[in-house]
Design a protein around this ligand. Structure first.
Ligand SMILES: NC(=O)c1ccc[n+]([C@@H]2O[C@H](COP(=O)([O-])OP(=O)(O)OC[C@H]3O[C@@H](n4cnc5c(N)ncnc54)[C@H](O)[C@@H]3O)[C@@H](O)[C@H]2O)c1
Length: 465
């Protein structure tokens, strides 16, 4: 009797599993067909612009810092400023005056769509967007419609419709659409990219990236509580780009490989609701974003990425940045080190040692790195970046490279497909989580051209190659 019951239950479970099993064990999101007459924007170039006239929209914590930095970039001039709040525009005008720069002729504020005037201002070449996340997309779309290049803070797009919208708009208008992902320009990452490209790690097969940053001191600082509010309403890795950007460059994503499948898992929200309750001053019970979200991604060439998001716990700041190759390993967080395979004759192997790899840290790490200076990072430029600062200098390098490429009519370091790949982790991780961690397809945002470019390279002007 006991056996019969067991067999019956097993059959029932199998039957149910069979019934609910999808035809394919993967969820696909729609890929819109490329409109007729439109082509990809890989390697997109535009006419060189001698002085890049910039309009900055969103002058809160990040935007006001960008104004400071952009005044120190050769060939850049801020000609328009916009924020919903008039006093923030005034304050950035004061920054220009303090730096001995002319006042921005265009001052836009007061309404939710004051930025339309800035996008329409004839002399603006580049619209530089530093608003809250929800405003990135409409501003960028309108700016490109007005014939302006756009640079958008992270994450540039929030869902698949926005991602495909920006791709189509850039392809249609032939305007640059770049996400301001500064972490690809940090010094450890730039040097390690150079090392990976020169093969020191063998073939890179696995990478890790993260955004672990306890935002407790910041939650109350954002305009209109936009950031906590977004986390409260959305499950998934809502801030993936700092973690995934630098490691995608190492893997040459859409330059010889592409991400194909993603799965995510999260913890429940342990701290989120408490933080929201403190903020609201009344009990909040619903909080969608898990305290810790982990996403695993597999590539066409059989490599993997692990991406994490945690802004709710006291875990020390980390973007992880780990690179695993067939012959070596790099790690920035939590410990900066490299580890390389040492070839030893078989008779010298000592079984009592756990490992015989050579670990480089401290001074040895610096000596090793010195042999792999990144092509765009001359010692003078590095010193200048560090003196201007912005997260230690990487923000300055990002702005410098953006303006340099526009001035020289070169392809930018990051294109709209990088934007798409790095942003899609947010909506696609949400799909996976809401479906019991099922695999989700990562679309080929280039729509067939992911293998056209051979590896990631920085564009350099003639005479600097
Ligand atoms: N790359 C980095 O290291 C980094 C660091 C911090 C923030 N960020 C990004 O920068 C962006 C801004 O973040 P923040 O910390 O400065 O936020 P913030 O809240 O300090 O600033 C947002 C600003 O946008 C303005 N704004 C809102 N709606 C507007 C509208 N309709 N028109 C014009 N202005 C409008 C607000 O008045 C506010 O001044 C976000 O995308 C964030 O993720 C990036």
């Amino acid at each position: 009797m006991k056996h019969t019951l067991l067999l019956f239950c097993t059959a029932l479970v199998l039957l149910m599993a069979g019934c609910s099993k999808p035809a394919e064990n993967i969820i696909r999101t729609p890929v819109p067909a490329r409109p007729a007459g439109q082509t990809d924007v890989l390697g997109l170039t535009a006419e060189p612009i001698e002085t890049v006239h910039i309009g900055v929209v969103g002058l809160g914590m990040r935007g006001s810092d960008a104004v400071e930095r952009l005044t120190q970039i050769p060939g850049a001039e801020i000609v328009a400023l916009c924020d919903l709040l008039p006093d923030r525009v005034e304050s950035s005008q004061a920054t220009l005056a303090k730096r001995g720069k002319p006042a921005a002729a265009g001052s836009y504020s007061g309404t939710q769509e004051s930025w339309r005037g800035l996008c329409e201002q004839p002399d603006v070449d580049l619209v530089y967007i530093c608003t809250d996340w929800l405003n990135h997309y409409p501003i960028a779309m309108y700016a490109m419609e007005c014939g302006k290049h756009v640079a958008i803070e992270v994450p540039a797009a929030l869902d698949m419709d926005e991602i495909w919208g920006l791709i189509n708009q850039s392809e249609k208008t032939r305007m640059h659409c770049m996400m301001l992902e500064n972490c690809i320009y940090d010094f450890f990452e730039m040097t390690t990219l150079e090392m990976a490209q020169r093969g020191i790690f063998g073939e890179v097969i696995h990478v890790e990236g993260a955004y672990c940053h306890n935002l407790d001191p910041f939650w109350d600082e954002y305009w209109d509580n936009w950031r906590l509010d977004y986390n409260q309403k959305h499950r998934g890795d809502v801030y993936p780009t700092h973690g995934i950007g630098p490691v995608c460059q190492v893997l040459n994503i859409h330059r010889g490989d592409r991400m194909t499948t993603l799965v995510s898992m999260d913890t429940k929200s342990f701290n989120g609701a408490k933080i929201a309750s403190n903020h609201e001053g009344k009990p909040v019970t619903e909080f969608a974003n898990g305290d810790e979200t982990s996403t695993l991604i597999r590539t066409e060439k059989g490599k993997t990425l692990l991406i994490e998001h945690d802004v709710m716990t006291p875990r020390p700041y980390s973007r992880m940045y780990q690179v695993v190759g067939t012959d070596g390993y790099a790690s920035k967080y939590p410990v900066s080190q490299y580890c390389l395979r040492v070839d030893k004759p078989a008779e010298k192997v000592d079984a009592r040692h756990i490992s015989d790899e050579k670990i480089y840290s401290g001074d040895e790490l610096k000596e090793l790195q010195a042999g792999y200076r990144n092509v765009i990072l001359t010692p003078e430029f590095e010193a200048l970046a560090k003196s201007v600062g912005g997260h230690g200098g990487m923000d300055f390098i990002m702005d410098y490279r953006l303006v340099y490429c526009l001035r020289n009519g070169l392809p930018l370091d990051m294109d709209v497909y990088d934007l798409a790949e790095w942003c899609c982790v947010a909506p696609l991780s949400r799909v996976s989580l809401e479906n019991g961690s099922m695999p989700v397809e990562v679309p080929d945002f280039t729509r067939g051209a992911w293998n056209k470019v051979d590896g990631f390279h920085y564009a350099l002007a003639e005479g600097e190659k």
